[in-house]
Ligand binder design. Structure first.
Ligand code: NDP
Length: 297
C-alpha cells in the first residue's frame, strides 16, 4: 500500500511543538519575534506574507509586518533591514521575494544578519549547510520541511540510501542535496542538462523533485517502493470547454507514480504546508540562540 504523506498533519505537529516551546521561552522572558517585509502589491506575495504573519501570531510570537510601496529604493530597504538587525525584539527577518526590479535582491539578502536569516539564504547560512554545519545554520524552509517528511516515512537513519534530487536551485535543490548528503545518502543532482533523466530517477530510494514542470516525472521513472517528495507547485489553467477547472499539480504525475512508489507527497497538501511551519521553527531556534540556549529540534 502506498503511503500518502500528509504534509498538513506533519506541519500541524511542527507548529504545535513550536507553540509549546515558544510559551516555555516566554516564561523565561524571551518572546520570539518575526519581521516580515513586503515591497509592492503582488497578490500572491500578499497572500504568502499574510499567512506567515498570521501563523507567527498563532505561535505566540511578536509579529510585525512592513508593507512598503513598490517604488521603495534599494537603500531604503537596506536601512530597514539594518534597523531590524539591531532590534532585540526581532529574531527572524524575512524579506518576501521577488522584489521589484530597481532593487538588487542579492544585496538585500546579504544585508540580513546571518543570525536572523530565518530563510537561510545569506551566504553564511548557505556555507554552513554546504559544509554540514547544520547545528548552527538556518536551513532553508522548504528543504528542511521536505527532510522532515522523509524522516517521518523512513526514520532518521538514511545511511546508504540512494537519493536523487531533480532541480539545482539555491533555495530548494542544492540545500536539499546537502541535507541528504549530511544524512549519509548517496546523492545525485539532476537538472535541465541531465541526460536520460528517467534512468537516473529509477535509481532513487528517495526522489525529490523541485523543477516547476507539471507532471514531469512519469509512473515508470520511479523505483518500486521509493519515497517520492514532490516540491513543485504548478497552476494548470482551466480548459475553455469547461471540462477542467484551474488546478494545482506537482512536478510528479501523482496518479501514475503512486502505483509504484512506497510513499508520495500530494500537491497540494504535501511539502507546501511544511514551508511556513519550518519558518516558525527557524524563528523559534533563533530566539533560543539569542538567549544563549539551544532549542530542542
Ligand atoms: P527554479 O526555477 O529556481 O529551479 C528549477 C530547477 O529545475 C533548475 O535547476 C532547472 O535546471 C531544473 N529543471 C527545469 N526543467 C527541467 C527538466 N526538464 N529536467 C530536469 N531539470 C529541470 O525553481 P525552484 O527550485 O525555486 O522551484 C521548483 C518548484 O518548486 C516550483 O514549482 C516552485 O513553485 C516549487 N516551490 C515550492 C515550494 C513549496 O513551499 N512547496 C517552495 C519553493 C518552490 P537548470 O538549473 O539546469 O536550469
Amino acid at each position: 500500500m502506498t503511503e500518502i504523506i500528509d504534509g498538513k498533519v506533519a506541519s500541524q505537529d511542527v507548529v504545535a511543538e513550536v507553540k509549546r516551546l515558544s510559551a516555555e521561552l516566554a516564561v523565561s522572558g524571551g518572546t520570539p519575534g518575526l519581521a516580515v517585509v513586503i515591497v509592492g502589491e503582488d497578490p500572491a506575495s500578499q497572500v504568502y506574507v499574510a499567512s506567515k504573519s498570521r501563523m507567527a501570531s498563532e505561535c505566540g510570537f511578536h509579529s510585525v509586518q512592513y508593507s512598503l510601496s513598490s517604488d521603495t529604493s534599494e537603500n531604503e530597504l537596506v536601512d530597514l533591514v539594518c534597523k531590524l538587525n539591531f532590534d532585540p525584539q526581532i529574531h527572524g527577518i524575512l524579506v518576501q521575494l521577488p522584489l521589484p526590479s530597481q532593487i538588487d535582491t542579492g544585496r538585500i539578502i546579504q544585508a540580513i544578519a546571518p543570525e536572523k536569516d530565518v530563510d537561510g539564504f545569506n551566504f553564511i547560512n548557505v556555507g554552513k549547510v554546504g559544509t554540514g554545519e547544520l547545528g548552527t545554520a538556518f536551513i532553508p524552509c522548504t528543504p528542511a520541511g521536505a527532510m522532515l517528511l522523509i524522516e517521518r516515512v523512513r526514520g532518521k537513519d538514511l545511511t546508504g540510501l540512494n537519493a536523487v534530487v531533480v532541480g539545482r536551485s539555491n533555495i530548494v535543490g542544492k540545500p536539499m542535496a546537502s541535507l541528504l548528503l549530511a544524512a549519509n545518502c548517496t546523492v545525485t543532482i539532476a537538472h535541465r542538462h541531465t541526460r536520460d533523466l528517467a534512468t537516473i530517477t529509477r535509481t532513487a530510494d528517495i526522489l525529490v523533485v523541485a523543477v516547476g514542470k507539471p507532471e514531469l516525472v512519469k509512473g515508470d521513472w520511479v523505483k518500486p517502493g521509493a519515497t517520492v517528495i514532490d516540491v513543485g507547485i504548478n497552476r494548470v489553467p482551466a480548459l475553455a470547454d469547461g471540462t477542467r477547472r484551474t488546478t494545482l499539480v506537482g512536478d510528479v504525475d501523482f496518479g501514475a507514480v503512486k502505483r509504484s512508489a512506497g510513499a508520495i507527497t500530494p500537491v497540494p497538501g504535501g511539502v507546501g504546508p511544511m514551508t511556513i511551519a519550518m519558518l516558525m521553527a527557524n524563528t523559534l531556534v533563533s530566539a533560543y540562540r539569542a538567549v544563549g540556549m539551544v532549542a530542542p529540534r
